[in-house]
Design a protein around this ligand. Structure first.
Ligand SMILES: Cc1ncc(COP(=O)(O)O)c(C=O)c1O
Length: 375
C-alpha cells in the first residue's frame, strides 16, 4: 500500500533531493569545522558558513552571526527563554504554545523566578488586545507561537510586535510551524529572538534548528565549551555565534538545512504558500462534508487540521487510517496540552492531518474518501 504522509507538522517528509545530496557531500568532505587549518576542517567550516548566510538572508537577519544553529526548535526556545528572563520578570505567553515553551516557563515559575500569564483562546486564536491587556510594569518578555501546531490558528504577530515594541518588551516568536511557509522578516517584526525547527517547513533534516537573536539582546550562556576561537581564554567567547555554539556542530545536518533553504528560495515561498493554502482549503471543504466529523481548525488556518470522528478515539482513528488506507497522521495531544484544553479535546486529543510541500491533490482526495468510508 502506498504511504500517504500527512504528518508534516511533526516533520516534513520526504526531504528534497538537494538536501540529501548536500548531506552526502558534507559527510564525505567534512573534518571538524573551525578547529584546524587543514582542507577538511576548512571545507566543513565553509558548509556551515554558507548555510548560516543562506538562513540569515531567508529570515532577513541584520547579520549572519546572529543566527545560531541548534538541535531543533525546542533547543532554540530553551536557550532564548532561559537566556532572556531575569529574576522577578513577568512573562506573557499563550495557551496555544507547545511544551517546548510551556515547560521551561512553568519550571521558571515553579522555581519562583518569574511570574507567568497564559492567555486564553478568543475566537479560535489569541488576539493582540489580549496581549496588550496582560502587560504589567514588570513584564519583560512575550513568548508566542506564530501558529498553533494543533489547529493551525495564526496569531497576528505584526500587531503583537507593535504592542511589545511600544512598551519596550522583548518578543520571542516560535516559528516552528511557519518557517518555510510564511514570510518571516525578523527585522520588520522587530523580534528580540526567533526560534525555528530546521526539519519541518524549512525542509531540512532532523537534528537541526535555528535561533535568531537581535544584536542588542545578550542571551546568557547556554553551555560553555570549545568553539575553536580564543582558545587561550577560560571564559566562553562573548561574541556571536560562538557565544551560543560550543562543541562540534551538526555539520552534515546544517549543510542539509542550507540546501533546503536554497531549495525553498528556488521554488519561491509564495508558490509554497499558495500550494499549501489550496490543499488546505480542499481538505477542509472535504472534511466538512464527512458526517460525524468535528473540525477544530479555524477558517484560514495553516494546513494543520485537527479532527475527531464520532465513534473513534483519536489514536484508534490514526491506526485505522494507516492500516486501511496508508494515511499517516498524528493523534493525541501534540505536546500542546493547554491548546487541547482550550478547544475542549483534553485529555483524548485529536487526530491531526497536516499537509506539506510534497502533498498532492490526489492524496488530499484520498484522505477525504477514506473518512467517508469510515462513517
Ligand atoms: C509550535 C511548535 N513549537 C515548537 C516545537 C518543537 O519543535 P522541535 O521538534 O523542532 O523541537 C514544535 C514541534 O512540533 C511546534 O509545533
Amino acid at each position: 500500500m502506498k504511504q500517504l504522509y500527512f504528518d508534516h507538522a511533526a516533520t516534513s517528509w520526504p526531504k528534497p533531493e538537494p538536501v540529501k545530496e548536500a548531506m552526502l557531500l558534507a559527510l564525505e568532505q567534512s573534518g571538524n569545522p573551525g578547529r584546524s587549518g587543514h582542507s577538511l576542517s576548512l571545507g566543513a567550516a565553509r558548509f556551515i558558513h554558507k548555510a548560516r548566510h543562506a538562513i540569515s538572508r531567508f529570515f532577513n537577519a541584520p547579520n549572519p552571526t546572529q543566527i545560531v544553529f541548534t538541535l531543533n526548535a525546542t533547543d532554540a526556545l530553551n536557550m532564548a527563554i532561559k537566556g532572556m528572563v531575569r529574576p522577578g520578570d513577568h512573562v506573557v505567553t499563550t495557551c496555544l504554545e507547545h511544551n517546548s515553551v510551556l515547560r521551561p516557563l512553568y519550571a521558571l515559575q515553579k522555581a519562583g523566578k518569574i511570574q507567568l500569564t497564559v492567555l486564553d483562546l478568543q475566537d479560535g486564536t489569541v488576539q493582540p488586545e489580549q496581549f496588550a491587556a496582560a502587560l504589567r510594569p514588570e513584564t519583560a518578555l512575550v513568548v508566542t507561537t506564530h501558529a498553533s501546531n494543533v489547529t493551525g490558528a495564526l496569531i497576528d504577530v505584526e500587531a503583537v510586535s507593535e504592542i511589545c515594541h511600544s512598551h519596550g518588551i522583548k518578543l520571542l516568536l516560535d516559528c516552528a510551524q511557519t518557517g518555510g511557509l510564511l514570510p518571516i522578516d525578523v527585522q520588520k517584526l522587530k523580534l528580540s529572538a526567533m526560534a525555528c525547527s530546521g526539519h519541518k517547513g524549512l525542509l531540512g533534516p532532523q537534528g537541526t534548528g535555528v535561533l535568531y537573536v537581535h544584536p542588542e539582546v545578550e542571551l546568557a550562556f547556554w553551555r560553555e565549551g570549545g568553539t575553536g576561537s580564543i582558545s587561550h581564554e577560560l571564559q566562553q567567547p562573548d561574541f556571536m555565534p560562538d557565544r551560543l555554539e560550543a562543541g562540534t556542530p551538526n555539520t552534515i545536518g546544517i549543510a542539509g538545512l542550507g540546501a533546503a533553504v536554497n531549495y525553498l528560495n528556488e521554488v519561491g515561498l509564495e508558490q509554497v504558500r499558495q500550494k499549501e493554502r489550496a490543499l488546505t482549503e480542499r481538505l477542509r471543504a472535504g472534511l466538512l462534508q464527512v458526517p460525524g466529523l468535528t473540525l477544530y481548525s479555524p477558517p484560514n488556518s495553516l494546513g494543520v487540521l485537527s479532527v475527531n470522528l464520532e465513534g473513534y478515539d483519536s489514536s484508534e482513528l490514526s491506526v485505522v487510517l494507516e492500516r486501511r488506507f496508508g494515511i499517516l497522521t498524528r493523534p493525541g495531544l501534540h505536546c500542546a496540552p493547554l491548546a487541547h484544553r482550550a478547544i475542549g479535546t483534553y485529555p483524548h486529543g485529536t487526530t491531526r492531518i497536516s499537509v506539506g510541500y510534497s502533498t498532492t491533490e490526489e492524496e488530499v482526495d484520498a484522505v477525504i474518501a477514506a473518512f467517508m468510508e469510515l462513517t
